[in-house]
Design a protein around this ligand. Structure first.
Ligand SMILES: Nc1nc2c(ncn2[C@@H]2O[C@H](COP(=O)(O)OP(=O)(O)O)[C@@H](O)[C@H]2O)c(=O)[nH]1
Ligand SMILES: [Mg+2]
Length: 387
C-alpha cells in the first residue's frame, strides 16, 4: 500500500518538476502575415485548438501587428491585422521594420518562423503577394506559404498559383522543396484536406525549422499533429531510459514503487507537458500519486519480471523481490510509454471531436495504463535481456 507520506512526496515531486519546465521552457515567436479575411485566425484555431483566438483579443504592437499570447500555451504569435487593399505599401514597410527591429534583439525576442497566408479563392496571385513572399524569404527567417480557402478553387488553379511563386515548383512536390514549401487549407474538410499539404504538415515543417531549443514549446502548444507529440515523448523516454540508474546504485524492492515513480517524475512531467500540461496535469499526477499507479508497477512489475527472468538468461534473478538495473530501466520505459500512449489516445479523440471516447479514457485511466505498462514492460525487458 502507498502511504500518505509517499503520496505527498510524489505530488510535490511532480509540482517541482512542472515548475522547472515552466521556468526553463523557451517560447517560439511566429509571425503570421496575410491580408484581413484570408483565414489567419482560422488557421491559428485549427493548429492550436478551437477557440484559442477570440476576435480582437490581441494586443496591438504596431498599427498593423497584434501580439497574441495563447492562454496556457508557450508560443507567441504576431498577427498582421491591418492589411487591406490600398494600404499595401505601408503594410509592407511596417512588417519589415518590425522584423528588422526584432532581429536586433536577443534570440528569444526574434521572429523564428513566418507563416505567409494567401487566399486561393480568387485563383490568382497578385504581383504584390509574390513580391511580399520574395521579400519575406529574403529576411532569412524560414517562411511557409499557406494557401487558404483551397476549397474554392480547383487543383489546376492551385498549380498555376504555385508556379507564379516558384516556377520550378509543382503541386505534388511542393512540401518536399524546402525553399518555398507551401501548404493548403480547405474549409469543408479541414482536417482531411490534402493529407500531404495540410496544416498538420505546417506543424511538421515548423518543428524542423525552429531552433532546437524552441521545439519543445511548439510541439506542446500545437494540437493538430499528435504524432509529432508522440515522437517527442519517445525521445524524452529514450533519454531517461538510457540514463536510468538505480536509486543509490543498488537494487530496491518492488514494494518501493512510490520511490520509483517519484524518481521518474521528471520524465513523466515532460511527457505530460508535450501532450498538454493544462488539461491533463491533474488527472495524470493524481493517478501517479494514487495507490493505483504504485500497485500497477509493483504487482505487474513483479509478476512479469518474475516470469520473464525465469525465461531469459542474463537478466538475472528476482532475488527477494528486488528490482535490478535491467528491470528498473524496463519499468522506466514502460511508465513513460504507458503515459505517452494514454495521452496520445486522449489527444487523438479530442482532435477528432470524440468527446465521449475521451471521457472513457479518463475514466479508465488506471486499467488502460496498467495494460500499456505491462505490454511495454515485457517488450523492453525482453529486448534488454537480448532476446
Ligand atoms: N471557404 C473557406 N473559408 C475560409 C477558410 N478559412 C477561413 N475561411 C473563412 O474566411 C473568413 C475570414 O477568416 P479569418 O480566419 O477570420 O481571417 P483573418 O482575418 O485572416 O484572421 C471567415 O469567414 C472564415 O470562416 C477556408 O479554408 N475555406
Ligand atoms: Mg484574424
Amino acid at each position: 500500500m502507498i502511504t500518505a507520506d509517499s503520496q505527498e512526496q510524489i505530488s510535490s515531486k511532480f509540482e517541482e518538476e512542472f515548475k522547472k519546465i515552466e521556468a526553463e521552457v523557451k517560447r517560439p515567436n511566429i509571425l503570421i502575415v496575410g491580408g484581413t479575411g484570408v483565414g489567419k485566425s482560422t488557421i491559428v484555431n485549427q493548429i492550436f485548438g478551437e477557440g484559442t483566438v477570440a476576435v480582437g483579443e490581441g494586443m496591438p504592437v504596431t498599427k498593423e501587428i497584434e501580439k497574441i499570447d495563447l492562454p496556457g500555451r508557450d508560443v507567441t504569435l504576431f498577427d498582421t491585422v491591418g492589411f487591406e487593399i490600398g494600404k499595401d505599401q505601408k503594410f509592407q514597410s511596417e512588417i519589415f521594420d518590425f522584423i528588422g527591429k526584432r532581429n536586433e534583439k536577443p534570440v528569444e525576442e526574434q521572429i523564428h518562423l513566418i507563416w505567409h497566408v494567401i487566399s486561393a479563392s480568387s485563383a490568382r496571385i497578385t504581383t504584390y503577394d509574390k513580391e511580399l513572399n520574395q521579400k519575406l524569404q529574403e529576411s532569412r527567417i524560414p517562411v511557409a506559404l499557406i494557401f487558404s480557402k483551397c476549397d474554392e478553387v480547383n487543383e489546376d488553379d492551385l498549380e498555376a498559383m504555385v508556379k507564379v511563386i516558384n516556377p520550378n515548383s509543382n503541386f505534388n512536390d511542393a512540401f518536399v522543396s524546402n525553399n518555398s514549401p507551401f501548404f493548403t487549407t480547405d474549409h469543408k474538410e479541414q482536417l482531411e484536406a490534402e493529407e500531404n499539404l495540410s496544416l498538420s504538415k505546417v506543424v511538421e515543417w515548423s518543428i524542423k525549422n525552429l531552433p532546437a531549443s524552441l521545439e519543445l514549446a511548439f510541439i506542446s502548444a500545437q494540437m493538430i499533429n499528435i504524432e509529432a507529440k508522440r515522437q517527442k515523448a519517445n525521445s524524452i523516454i529514450n533519454q531517461h531510459t538510457a540514463g536510468n540508474a538505480l536509486i543509490g546504485g543498488s537494487p530496491i524492492p518492488f514494494s518501493d514503487a512510490p520511490v520509483l515513480i517519484a524518481s521518474q517524475a521528471g520524465m513523466i512531467a515532460r511527457i505530460l507537458y508535450v501532450y498538454d500540461f493544462e488539461n491533463y496535469k491533474q488527472i495524470a499526477t493524481g493517478f501517479m500519486a494514487s495507490s493505483g499507479a504504485s500497485l500497477v508497477i509493483s504487482n505487474i512489475g513483479r509478476s512479469i519480471a518474475g516470469n520473464l527472468l525465469k525465461l531469459i538468461p542474463g537478466v538475472g534473478t528476482v532475488i527477494g523481490g528486488l528490482i535490478n538495473a535491467v528491470i528498473a530501466s524496463a519499468i522506466t520505459y514502460a511508465m513513460g510509454k504507458a503515459t505517452s500512449e494514454v495521452m496520445f489516445k486522449l489527444n487523438t479523440q479530442i482532435l477528432n471531436g470524440e468527446i465521449e471516447k475521451a471521457n472513457d479514457i479518463i475514466e479508465n485511466f488506471e486499467s488502460l495504463f496498467a495494460e500499456l505498462f505491462s505490454q511495454f514492460f515485457k517488450l523492453k525487458a525482453k529486448n534488454n535481456g537480448g532476446i
